[in-house]
Design a protein around this ligand. Structure first.
Ligand SMILES: *Cc1c(COP(=O)(O)O)cnc(C)c1O
Length: 377
């Protein structure tokens, strides 16, 4: 049996006619950049996320970049973020000229640890502490970071909070949606995300009208009116075709999320029945609405061998992520001992993402668990 990590063709089969019709309309209009489809999606996403504003941008990476720019973060500034994330989170900080300061994670959720965040801040010498401008919590795998203490620490130190919600559209923390709690929420429509475009795309959410205005100016090279630039922005525009396709998919998102959550429950049942819940560790569901962009187990022994074994059996899996940010060559300082962040390093050795996409069948899930049982016995 073949069980790919993700099967986008299965999803496309259900929306094909709608997508083709909308694409044909946009081709006829020959209006490709920004415009009414982007505006309509901005309204829908703001509503979905419980924010006052949303600004369509070119990718999730650019969402992070433009949010940092709108917050006025640049040369010499320090930005706290998790050591365990996709590279874009930390890369955006470096690209505006600031320095990422990496914080260890909570071993249960793989999200930034609020306790470590406080400790990391406290360890920064007082003379440099006013250089700390922002914190970027990442809602990894579709579950929100522990936002209350993060927001409290940020308020005490006057930090801007930029939520990296690229993997977490619709996830909730104590009834509040991802992207609605901080100053900015950054989303990605990369095809493998729960709400994926047919190409690149992203969105920035905010509750602040002033921030919304800044984002809109920065998105078009900092111009307002056209050809008059009082600030320097970039080309961070979202295109009409991507916006229209994401708008179609948004109608189905809650159904797809429910299917992912059901698949997570099925895995838990099957792993328990197979007696594997002691050999591997199942994901800890701390928040009420985990949207399962990824179903990530911990494999303390022979993770890489298991991955090879699954591959040979036709089961796709992935390691998100094999190298934590503080161990990336580009962030290591020459001649300096690398930072030690034990939980992020342990996660890098143990995590394994299994197929969890909505169209996955019961038989496929049973097969995945059966193969893992076969490996360990
Ligand atoms: C996907 C992702 C991004 C970047 O999104 P792109 O649209 O691919 O640029 C940023 N942060 C996290 C945590 C992601 O998973």
């Amino acid at each position: 049996m073949q069980v790919p990590l993700l099967d986008l063709k299965a999803q496309y089969a259900g929306i094909r006619a709608e997508v083709l019709e909308t694409a044909a309309q946009i081709f006829e209009s020959q209006h490709f950049i920004l415009g009414p489809h982007v505006q309509a999606l901005e309204t829908s996403i703001a509503q979905y996320c419980g924010t006052a504003h949303a600004v369509g941008v070119s990718s999730g990476s650019d969402a992070l970049l433009i949010a940092l720019m709108a917050a006025g973060i640049g040369n010499g500034d320090l930005v706290l973020t998790t050591a365990y994330t996709f590279f874009a989170t930390a890369g955006a900080v470096a690209r505006v000229g600031a320095t990422p300061v990496f914080v260890d994670i909570d071993p249960d959720t793989f999200n930034i640890s609020a306790a470590e965040l406080g400790d990391t801040l406290a360890r920064i010498p007082a003379a440099r502490r006013d250089k700390v401008r922002a914190v970027i919590p990442v809602h990894l795998y579709g579950q929100c970071a522990d936002m209350d203490p993060i927001l409290e620490i940020s308020r005490q130190h006057g930090l801007t909070v930029i939520e990296d919600a690229a993997q977490a559209i619709g996830a909730e923390y104590k009834g509040r949606r991802a992207g609605s709690m901080g100053d900015f929420g950054c989303f990605s429509f990369f095809p493998s995300k729960n709400l994926g475009a047919f190409g690149d795309g992203g969105m920035v959410t905010t509750q602040s009208p002033a921030a919304d205005d800044k984002l809109r100016i920065l998105r078009v090279h900092g111009s307002r009116p056209k050809y008059f630039h009082s600030v320097i922005g970039g080309n961070f525009r979202l295109d009409a075709l991507q916006a229209a396709i994401v708008q179609i998919k948004l109608k189905y998102l809650d159904r797809w999320t429910a299917a992912r959550q059901q698949n997570a429950r099925t895995y838990r049942d099957y792993f328990k029945a197979a007696g594997l819940d002691t050999v591997i560790r199942l994901p800890v569901e701390r928040e009420s609405r985990h949207i399962y962009n990824q179903f990530v187990i911990r494999v303390p022994q022979k993770r890489d061998d298991l991955r090879q074994f699954l591959k040979a059996a036709g089961v796709g899996s992935e390691v998100y992520y094999p190298v934590p940010m503080h161990r990336q060559a580009c962030f290591m300082q020459k001649g300096r001992q690398p930072q030690v962040l034990p939980e992020a390093e342990k996660a890098a050795r143990e995590t394994l993402a299994l197929p969890i996409y909505p169209e996955l069948s019961d038989a496929q899930q049973a097969y995945v668990v059966e193969q893992i049982r076969a490996f360990f016995t």
